[in-house]
Design a protein around this ligand. Structure first.
Ligand code: KIV
Length: 262
């Protein structure tokens, strides 16, 4: 997938959209050669790459640096870059500066968490030619307000509130919406209520697409085991076996062999 126009068209035409959060040139090269549709340079890089407990430490500068690296490996695939913590809350000029950095780094679009109180920012970015995808549900930049990593949008009121916010995101002109950790029936209702594609993570099977983190889906993040994560490969075992084989070969003097020497 090369553009947000293709992304939007999938709501009506299918197939469902696959998105992967990735942070480095190396990961992007694998994704470029895969059938995965698009890449999110998520601020989850603070947790996955830097080992931080939350996403807050990702700055515009860090996001731009990783975006540049990913775009260089992505082979022209649609790359979306995350707005970091509070970048949409400092008003329109600061948000424009952030979007400029991310698009100059090569992103085709940006993702912004939440909507209430920064509808004007979303609308201004879209009106300025910057495609924006929204993000609702368990938005990690608000975990302190949520009291931790908890499923959002439960119950009739929760669902109605999520639908209201999703419609506000659509009205602001966003081209899509990520729904994170909401009950499957609520995600299905939101998906039916809006005309833009929804991408779920921990949001059940009835969204218009799914996103997972590169390391999680490949089994490369052994300490992390949320219910929604499926290991589509046992990467951790492969890596551990490779590292052990290298160490043993070095210890025994089996590596390098003659043909591996000059
Ligand atoms: O930062 C991220 O990778 C994300 C996805 C998990 C949706 O926001």
């Amino acid at each position: 997938m090369k553009s947000v126009l293709e992304f939007k068209a999938r709501k009506a035409s299918g197939p469902k959209i696959s998105m992967v959060s990735a942070y480095t040139h190396w990961e992007a090269r694998f994704l470029a050669d895969s059938p995965v549709d698009c890449i999110l340079v998520g601020d989850s890089l603070a947790v996955v790459i830097d080992g931080e407990p939350q996403t807050f430490s990702a700055t515009v500068e860090i996001m731009a640096r990783h975006t540049r690296a990913v775009v260089r490996g992505a082979g022209g695939k649609l790359v979306i870059a995350d707005f970091p913590f509070l970048a949409a809350r400092k008003g329109v000029p600061a948000a424009v500066d952030c979007a400029a950095e991310l698009l100059r780094a090569g992103a085709h679009a940006v993702k912004v968490e939440g909507v209430d109180g920064h509808e004007d920012v979303l609308g201004h970015l879209v009106g300025s030619g910057v495609p924006v995808i929204g993000h609702l549900g368990l938005t990690p930049q608000s975990i302190h307000a949520f009291g931790g990593y908890k499923v959002q949008g439960r119950g009739g009121e929760g669902a109605a509130e999520l639908i209201r916010q999703a419609r506000a995101i659509e009205s602001a002109g966003c081209f899509g919406l990520v729904l994170e950790c909401v009950p499957a029936n609520v995600a299905a209702e939101v998906t039916a209520a809006v005309g833009i594609p929804t991408i779920g993570i921990g949001a059940g099977p009835d969204t218009d697409g799914q996103v997972l983190v590169f390391h999680d889906l490949l089994g490369l993040n052994p300490g992390f085991g949320a219910r929604f994560v499926r290991h589509f490969a046992d990467g951790g075992t492969v890596v551990n076996a490779g590292l052990a084989a290298f160490a043993h070969a070095v210890a025994k003097g089996d590596y390098p062999a003659k043909k591996e020497s000059y």
